[in-house]
Design a protein around this ligand. Sequence first.
Ligand code: 5RP
Length: 226
Amino acid sequence: MVDYSQNQLKQLCGEYAYKYVEKDMIVGVGTGSTVKYFIDKLGQNPGLIKGAVSSSEATTLLLKQYKIPVYDLNSVGEPDIYIDGADEINHHLQMIKGGGAALTREKIIACASRRIICIVDESKYVMKLGKFPLPVEVIPMARSYVAREIVKLRGMPNWRSGVITDNGNWILDIHDLDIVHPIELEQKLTAITGVVCNGLFAVRPAHELVLAKKDGSIEVIKNKFI
Ligand code: 5RP
């Protein structure tokens, strides 16, 4: 048996996500190399959906290249579905996101959407979140204050130097976190003044996970807890 490469698995789950798309939907679209495969598939039939809500400038560019109408979230209300990758996802379908620095717009669209579908390859499906450093978007002038507050939560913040988010902010990546209670940690980080958003998606986890396994098969896991 030949194992698939990580890129091939990203393509498999990205293209599989097209099955969730129905005529005239408003589709929230995430950011990253996995969701790019979903956009490529959607781009083969751009007239199917009413339009998309985009989570980043990079995704907007791709959608526009395929002539998929891109709407402001404020003008569409509740997107029917939100499709995105993740950096890690656990068995409660809680996620760490933001490896691509797009976490704030991603979380806004995810929270506003009716259903969240996460697409990942098997390497990102974990028992416990936290091996992947947790991204936090901060207002630039608050960087060192927020970093000190994060140390009090027993994390090791690392400034992702040189990266400016689409919102004009900076990213701190928190290493060495022991994430036993993801919801509590998400809420604690959200409460720090100067934090715009953190990459834990636990308060509102995914409704379904499309998991591409290393033998090339797809497993769809539904969230039993929501
Ligand atoms: C971007 C994200 C991405 O969904 C996450 O980083 C996964 O990216 P990829 O599909 O390229 O592995 O959260 O902010």
